[in-house]
Ligand binder design. Sequence first.
Ligand code: GDP
Ligand code: MG
Length: 370
Amino acid sequence: GEQIIVKDFADKLRKNPNEIIMKLIQMGIMAAINQEIDFEAANKIALEYEIEIHKKEEERVEEVDVYIAKDEAKDLRSRPPVVTVMGHVDHGKTSLLDAIRKTKVTEREAGGITQHIGASEVEIDKKKIVFLDTPGHEAFTAMRARGAKVTDIAILVVAADDGVMPQTIEAINHAKAAKVPVIVAINKIDKPGANPDRVKQELADHGMIIEEYGGEVIAVPVSALKGENIDNLLEMILLVAEMEELKANPNREAIGVVIEAKLDKGRGPVATVLIQNGTLRVGDSVVVGNTSGRVRAMINDKSRNVSVAKPSTAIEITGLSEVPDAGDQLLAVDDDRTARDIVANRINRIKEAQLKASQKISLDALYQQM
Ligand code: GDP
Ligand code: MG
């Protein structure tokens, strides 16, 4: 079955077997060095080291192509929060993002025409917040399907004149499943029919208890249209971010996730990448999903060329040989050759799996005929 001996597993992770055994004990699994553990247990431990493992075809546990070293606490620095906006259609997600961008553009870029890269940064009291433009729902489904966690905080927009609707509930469930803290923006408070109290009651009915009802969920009444109370919302985001103690190690090779990607006529493949850990630099060799390349240029959300992207920065990169998929992981590696090798291996693995699958199908078909 899908078992691996503790010692072999430790070897593959390049860890001390005793350390693995200790971790197993913490998980309530008593296993000696020569005993077998199942894939599930192995995977849990690998995740703690931020190492990806896969079942082999014959269901043996195998490490994947890139080791992602775990950071030591002393190397971690606080990083800005990455926020998505979710909510029912027409409740004002787009308007809220626009309002946020308008109130908090820095003087430098005021008046400048910026090209959308799928994410934007705002700064208040010298603190940054990164907003993803992708509707939260899509981001959550696409990214979570790949096991990527992109957002630190979700803003749930609920129109005060409409209340909790099906997509509101869906958003609540997404955030719950991803264990992402939610801040509710009760929007459209300028409207005559606005009833914020009803919204709070309806949210409570769905397990989202607002602070004033004795719960822990922060709710901020806003008007995206009139730009009312947006500052307050931003401050609440920073407050929640502080409680989350978001950290990353800026002094390591970059790890990121593709937010969106496309083929540009002039520039070739372009991908908006959120740097989640480490620092990405122009000239770095990268693996992105099943493609690789060397970062030729990076453009930030203000359409400016930058040479360095630190944790919690969204940048558009060029220099990849193909267009990656949203949700693909970016990893900076030592050199182009390493990057190409890793991708070649990945593609081989996919081809092998496809071949196996097609052989199985034809065999099944054969059996059916007999
Ligand atoms: P989305 O579908 O969630 O992105 O919603 P939109 O941002 O496109 O907003 C839907 C409609 O609601 C638009 O006509 C907006 O102008 C309007 N709207 C958004 N926010 C407000 C608000 O605070 N007050 C009022 N009165 N209308 C708003
Ligand atoms: Mg919209």
